[in-house]
Structures are given as structure tokens and as C-alpha cells.
Design a protein. Sequence first.
Lengths: 114, 112
Amino acid sequence: DAGVIQSPRHEVTEMGQEVTLRCKPISGHDYLFWYRQTMMRGLELLIYFNNNVPIDDSGMPEDRFSAKMPNASFSTLKIQPSEPRDSAVYFCASSLRGRVSEAFFGQGTRLTVV
Amino acid sequence: TQLLEQSPQFLSIQEGENLTVYCNSSSVFSSLQWYRQEPGEGPVLLVTVVTGGEVKKLKRLTFQFGDARKDSSLHITAAQPGDTGLYLCAGRKETSGSRLTFGEGTQLTVNP
């Protein structure tokens, strides 16, 4: 398996534009997580899915952020409209069920909003 | 307020020195994990601990889970430049299912 695949690796966009980040989890994994990493706040959990169903979206900053998982092999995180304070590295991770399960991370998308 | 507090945030030491990184919380965790992250990459799992008082060793790295399952430590013996990276603790609470929450991380630099 190629691991968790995220695209794009880098995204530079202007304030007010819509941004869509994409993730392909590891086949067979039950859970998918979206995280945001900044120097100030570290690695924050935004939302996670179990079997394509959103379970906890309490970490989503505001209504400008939305996430979907239409099937077991694809998820998107959308920001509309984007703002400079959204600049961060966004990670997608997937795991199997269980309290000892390892979270496998993608390489992240570095988002810069100017 | 972070659920998991790591200390120190930054650590710069010389090759051969020993160090300890701490991960503390007021909450009880069903499991706690340590990850290491290198620049431009996602975090990678080092170890998982699940039992209070548990100690696991991975070569020069020793991980301990507190008796009450609220805290953990990572000790590195004779650090090497290859140990440089961001070390992150992450936990799953009994009441939060599979939600995996991370600490802020400890940036370790080992100078040759």
C-alpha cells in the first residue's frame, strides 16, 4: 500500500478563494482524521470519520471549514472563503479500530493564504 | 488549554547527553502513543503504552506510562544527531472513543 496520500502538497491562494484539500486513506482503515499543524497551536484535530460518517467535528474552527467523506477511499477538507490565518500544514491520517491502533499520516498539505 | 501538555517545548543538547521529555494531563487515557516527526513529513509512531506503570524500550529510547495513566515520559540515552526531530505524545481517552489528541510537541536538536 502507498500509505495515506494527500494532495496537493503545497497550495498558495488569495484571501477569499475556496481551497479544497484531498486525502486517500489506507485501504481497509476504519477511521480518518484531519489535523491542522501550526507553530502556535501544534497539531489540532479538526474532524474525524468512522466508516465514512463524521463522528466529532468539534475542532472545526468555524463554518468556513467543511469536510466530507463520500466513500471509504476519499475525503476532502474545504475552506470557503479562505483567510490568511488559515495558513498551516493540514494532515490527513487513517487508522484501524482500537485504542492501540497506529495513526498513519500523509505528508501534509502546506497551505498559504495571502 | 491543551489536553496534553508537553515539556520542554524546545531542547538543544550535545551528542552523547541524556534527556527526558514529559507529557502530562489531568485526564485518564486508555492508551498513549509517542510519535516522531521530521521536517516535511507526517508524524510516525514510535510506541504505544496502555497499562499504568508500563515501561517500553526501543533501543536507546525508554517510554513510561504513569501509574494513573495521566502522564508519560520519553527518555533518550546517549542522544545522537539522528534523534533530532519533533516528538509528539498522543492519547485516547476512555470516554472519547477513537479520538486521538496530540500534545504540542518537543522539538529536539542534537548537535554533533
